[in-house]
Design a protein around this ligand. Structure first.
Ligand SMILES: *Cc1c(COP(=O)(O)O)cnc(C)c1O
Length: 421
């Protein structure tokens, strides 16, 4: 199946007389005839559902669909994008370990890494995604356990050189984790370029309608956990009666461990109801992404031609330093989010946003409706000016998430706003 067909057909198919649409299994638990059968489920010698914190048929169908779209061997959905990135890292690193992360990442993830993981004793070194290999290599330590980056950074709109970072990570014996939220598997499948683990905030394009918060972790099945750096994968897990993930779960070691150890203990579970809504979003992801890309490209070109605008960041623009990376990794498409700086700084930016009619002023992106946000006064508010610069955020920068409305209406709204400045 091609990607668009997978959006519709992967994960669930009703058999003779069964529901055509994905059923919502609104149940915490599942019936079995014998204790022996339940014992086998716990031993992982038989597969089946027993408790929704760990797995649920509705959620499972969506996980299969996302794994297929990303070309991975397994997926685990989580309650949010934050919990996906948290779990993806905690599955590999523990107190005393170290992570290398590209500095231009989502503000929430920056906090997770720089503050919360730090409190838990996991140290993070941030590197410039554009730095030379030798410079990036200096960030690695003997206790480094992973490299983290975003395909298209939110909100800096920087495109990650996935192959370059995969190569450096593998040279150091650690996996590359890529947050593919903004690109979605419609524009880029990071596993094809060497990423080992792919994460998502499904809250964004995958849902696409601003209705459910959620996350996902996809395992490529390609990373060798037996290279000596990851004893938790090669030694018996006493909390799971002696399971050795690398031996007993084969290629699915990482994603199985994430579920039976971390989902079991942390309970960052998505609800079946939310999984159903996410699945509805996924069914049209391929169509929506085409329109988001077309509209955002037109808006980027319109803004760049205005004398009221200082700078537009969008990777399909010839002026973008990421133009080449966009051609290579995103098929020349830039997704739906762009950022720009209005001449006159912070106050003029606020005035512009307040004068818009069609465009919603919200703390969200990647939705069917056009949305606008000022990161420095909202999502990135907690960061110092220095941290803002490190994240690639200008204090006067505006982030625009272009929806799938008629392009004439989107541009007319922006145009009347600019004319008032
Ligand atoms: C929104 C976002 C997150 C966090 O996801 P939530 O679903 O809001 O928890 C993580 N990474 C990126 C790139 C995001 O855009």
């Amino acid at each position: 199946m091609k990607q668009g067909t997978k959006c519709l057909h992967e994960g669930y198919k009703g058999k003779n007389g069964e529901a055509h649409a994905l059923p919502i299994y609104q149940s915490t638990t599942f019936n079995y005839d014998s204790s022996e059968h339940i014992g086998k489920l716990f031993d992982l010698t038989e597969s089946g559902f027993f408790y929704t914190r760990l797995a649920n048929p509705t959620v499972d169908a969506v996980e299969q669909k996302i794994a297929a779209l990303e070309g991975g061997i397994g997926c685990m959905c989580t309650s949010s994008g934050q919990s996906a990135n948290f779990t993806a890292i905690m599955n590999i690193a523990k107190t005393g370990d170290h992570i290398v992360s590209i500095s231009t990442i989502y503000g929430g993830t920056f906090n997770l890494l720089a503050v919360t993981l730090n409190k838990m004793g996991i140290e993070v070194t941030f590197v410039d995604g554009k730095a030379a290999d030798e410079e990036i290599q200096k960030a690695f330590k003997p206790n480094t356990k992973a490299v983290f980056g975003e395909t298209i950074a939110n909100p800096a709109i920087a495109v990650l050189d996935i192959e370059k970072f995969a190569k450096i990570a593998h040279k150091n014996g650690v996996p590359l984790i890529v947050d593919n939220t903004f690109a979605t598997p419609m524009l880029c499948k990071p596993i094809e370029y060497g990423a080992d683990i792919v994460t998502h905030s499904t809250t964004k394009y995958m849902d696409g309608h601003a209705v459910v918060v959620g996350g996902a972790i996809v395992d490529s099945g390609n990373f060798d956990w037996t290279n000596g750096k990851f004893p938790e994968f090669t030694q018996a897990d006493e909390s799971y009666h002696g399971l050795v993930y690398s031996k007993d779960c084969g290629k699915a070691a990482y994603i199985t461990k994430a579920r039976v150890q971390l989902m079991r203990d942390l309970g960052l579970t998505p609800s079946p109801q939310n999984a159903f809504l996410l699945n509805m979003g996924l069914e049209t992801l391929h169509l929506r992404m085409i329109r988001h890309c077309e509209n955002a490209r037109a808006v980027a070109e319109f803004l760049e031609s205005s004398d009221k605008i200082e700078k537009v960041s969008y990777p399909t623009l010839k002026s973008s330093e990421d133009f080449g990376l966009c051609e290579k990794y995103l098929g020349g498409q830039g997704s739906g989010v762009l950022s720009f700086v209005v001449k006159g700084g912070r106050e003029v930016a606020a005035k512009f946003i307040d004068s818009l009619n069609l465009t919603s002023n919200v703390v969200h992106v990647s939705c069917v409706k056009t949305m606008i946000l000022h990161p420095a006064s909202s999502t990135h508010r907690q960061l110092s000016d220095r941290q803002l610069v490190e994240c690639g955020v200008d204090a006067g920068m505006i982030r625009l998430s272009v929806g799938i409305e008629d392009i004439e209406d989107i541009i007319a709204d922006l145009k009347q706003g600019l004319e008032k400045l």
